[in-house]
Structures are given as C-alpha cells and as structure tokens.
Design a protein around this ligand. Structure first.
Ligand SMILES: C[S@@+](CC[C@H](N)C(=O)[O-])C[C@H]1O[C@@H](n2cnc3c(N)ncnc32)[C@H](O)[C@@H]1O
Length: 257
C-alpha cells in the first residue's frame, strides 16, 4: 500500500476560485467605471462573489479536514447495507466517481468483490484511472474492479449481485427523465434476498414524484423490504448544508429485495 486513497472533494476548488475572482473583478471594474446602470452590474458581481464564499464554506464542510461531510455521507450509505463489515459475495457501486464507495466497501469487507461503474463524463473530472489508483492505494485491486457503463442500462443479467449501492448519482442520469426507472434498473441486477442502499435527492418530486409513492412502487415490484430515511435526520450538518439545494431533499432508500 503506497498511499491513502484520494477521494478528493465534490466541489472543485478551481471552479470556486473562478467564481470568487470573477464576482470580485466584476464588482470592482463596474464601480471603477461610472455609468447609470453600474449598481445593477455591481450587485450581480457581488451576488456571484457571495455565492463563491458560500461554496468555499461548502467545500470546507465536505473536506476530510473540515466537516468531513463526504465521508459521513458515504459511511451512512454503506452502513445501511445489512451486515456491513461482514459482507460476502458480489457488490455493485453505481456511479462510482473516483471509486469512493467501491474502494471503501472492499477495504472494510475482506470477503467482498466489488464492481464500480460510471460513465466518467468530462464534467465530473473523475476517471477510470482515478478509480484504479485508489483501489491500488487501498490494496484491493484484486477484489475491486471498474467498468464504463450507464446506470440507466446496466450491462449485467438480472439478479447478478448480492449488494447494490449508489451515492448521489441517480439524479444525474440524463438518459432517464424519470429517475424511478434508474432505481428499478439498479434493483433488477440485485438478486432476490440481496441488499441495497441508495442515497439521492429522493424528496425532489420533479425527479421521483412523491417519495411514499416511490416506496409503494418498489414494493409492488416485489421488493421485500424498503425504507426511506431523511439524510438531515441522520447527520449533524450545519443548517446551511441542510437547505433544500444541498441535503434538504436527500434521503437513503435501503432494504432487501
Ligand atoms: C456526485 S458524483 C458521485 C460520485 C460518487 N458516487 C461519490 O459519491 O463520490 C455523480 C457521479 O455520477 C456519474 N454519472 C452521471 N451519469 C451517470 C450515468 N448515466 N451512469 C453512471 N454514472 C453516471 C458521474 O460521472 C459522477 O461520477
């Protein structure tokens, strides 16, 4: 094992810095050139700058040396898999990013084999190489592999996996306007009696419709046990992170097929 896996930060520091500096420059430049419409542009610049400041706060909250919120959320998702730390068999991590759930679950469950899938589209700045590097650093390359695939059409037979997990991905799946179909696709590849844990914006009705109707629909598909728990009830996050735009719409949907 050469170094710790590096799972980075969901917020890219260079993007936050670009927002801060453009807001500041716009405000200063506008105030320096007197014109009747100055206050409109200056307030827009100031708004951009304040948004940048808010994102610095969020970056710090996500970071391991700050609020460590990313790790806490990954942990919550993993620990909603029944028997976690003694999982055996095969697991799938849908939208693995840089391998976070896949690598952590392989590290913490010595008898588990995990596949992480992702599209690794450029806007996320994650890659297959990042995943492989993290698996190598964690010493789990033999049990943790990665494959390019889309969550809306998983390249696996029905009932392939003993566990299926996913963290903050389903709402991103462009090919599926109705995100319920992505949940159903994830459950398709889970064997009967297998366990699942999905974290996403399940309270955003534009994505999933009514949350309790979602659970009913999953039960109607034959899922033996399904529960939903609000993320903000599980974490001691700051009120700003609990806002609708960040964690306020989030929940873990978990259970047994
Ligand atoms: C917020 S990131 C989450 C990454 C990781 N699960 C985590 O918690 O750190 C969203 C991920 O979803 C992936 N993604 C977006 N659309 C996808 C799709 N159709 N199929 C698979 N992955 C997808 C993105 O590439 C990105 O890695």
């Amino acid at each position: 094992m050469s170094a710790e896996p590096d799972f980075g930060n969901w917020l890219r520091l260079h993007r936050v810095a670009a927002l801060l500096s453009s807001g500041l420059l716009l405000t200063i430049a506008t105030l320096a050139v007197p014109a009747p419409w100055n206050w409109v542009v200056a307030s827009a610049g100031l708004t951009i700058f304040v948004t940048g400041l808010f994102l610095v706060f969020v970056y710090y909250q996500f970071h391991d040396r700050g609020g460590a919120m990313q790790r806490k959320l990954w942990r919550l998702t993993l620990e909603h898999l029944h028997g976690y730390r003694q999982l055996t068999g095969d697991a799938l991590d849908i939208g693995t990013g840089n391998g976070s759930l896949a690598v952590l679950s392989a590290m913490e469950n010595p008898d588990l084999r995990v596949i992480g899938i992702d599209l690794w589209a450029p806007q996320w700045e994650y890659s297959l190489d990042d995943c492989r590097r993290n698996a190598q650093r964690a010493g789990v390359t033999r049990r943790c592999t990665f494959q390019r695939a889309s969550a809306h059409a998983l390249p696996y037979l029905d009932e392939t996996f003993d566990y299926v997990m996913s963290h903050f991905v389903f709402h991103e799946v462009q090919a599926a306007p109705n995100k319920r179909t992505v949940v159903e696709e994830a459950l398709r590849v889970l064997r009967k009696g297998g366990y699942f844990s999905f974290h996403d914006m399940f309270f955003d009705a534009r994505l999933y419709g009514d949350a309790s109707a979602l659970l009913e629909a999953l039960r109607a598909l034959g899922v033996e046990r399904v529960q939903l728990v609000e993320t903000r009830q599980l974490t001691a996050a700051s009120p700003l992170l609990r806002s609708k735009r960040i964690l306020g719409n989030c929940a873990i949907v978990w259970g047994k097929k």
